[in-house]
Design a binder for this molecule. Structure first.
Ligand SMILES: [Zn+2]
Ligand SMILES: [Zn+2]
Length: 212
């Protein structure tokens, strides 16, 4: 049996990063994962559904995932969390300058996430999985009962995260994918930072970057 969880995928910002609004339909408690831009649109989607934001979470602090953090936090007063190793990148606005872009500065995190301990946000609870390699402090958010993982830029439908940016490491990324993500059951839906939804099973079988 699956715990119902409502998941809204909204591609936002300059490179259409997937922001996920995730809610418990029973309580309308919600979390915002990777608000990369277009804060008014995200806030409208939350208000329309009468969802209460209990946390703003980043899988990692690249510029394309954080553009709306300041505005969403200011509007919702929700605590903002990410892995401590991402804080230096956060303070550099996610490396936006490398791409000749500017994004709004982020507030300091309220919450430093600890992999291996459950993350509770209102009535929602996730496992924090440590999956470095794309960045040094990348995490994924796993909801076992709903069989869904928010994988950021580690694993994509038919793809893997790039490792050529500062802090990237190919061997580390592959270890994160093989030992952490592929350890999840095949029927787990993968909600990636870019592109469409997939499953752990489909990527285990067909992802060309994971062929032996
Ligand atoms: Zn990234
Ligand atoms: Zn990204």
């Amino acid at each position: 049996m699956r715990t119902p969880l409502e998941v809204l995928q909204l591609p936002v910002g300059p490179i259409q990063t997937n922001c996920y609004l995730v809610a418990d339909p029973a309580t309308r408690d919600a979390v915002v994962i990777d608000p990369g831009g277009e804060a008014p649109r995200l806030l409208a989607a939350l208000a329309e559904r009468q969802w209460t934001t209990r946390a703003v979470l980043l899988t990692h602090a690249h510029f394309d995932h954080l553009g709306a953090v300041a505005e969403v936090v200011a509007a919702t007063h929700a605590p903002f969390g990410l892995h401590p190793l991402e804080v230096p990148l956060l303070r550099q606005k996610g490396g936006a300058a490398l791409f000749g872009l500017n994004v709004p500065a982020c507030p300091e995190p309220d919450w430093l996430l600890t992999p291996g301990t459950p993350l509770a946000a209102g009535s929602l609870s996730f496992e924090v999985l440590f999956v470095p390699g794309h960045t040094v402090g990348h995490v994924a958010f796993y909801h076992a009962a709903a069989a869904v993982v928010f994988s950021g830029d580690v694993l994509f439908e038919q793809g893997i995260g790039r490792t050529d940016l500062p802090g990237g490491n190919y061997a580390t990324l592959m270890t994160s994918i093989r030992e952490v993500l592929l350890a999840l059951p095949d029927d787990v839906t993968v909600c990636s930072g870019h592109g469409g939804l997939t499953t752990i099973g489909a990527e285990r079988r067909d992802n060309p970057f994971l062929a032996e």
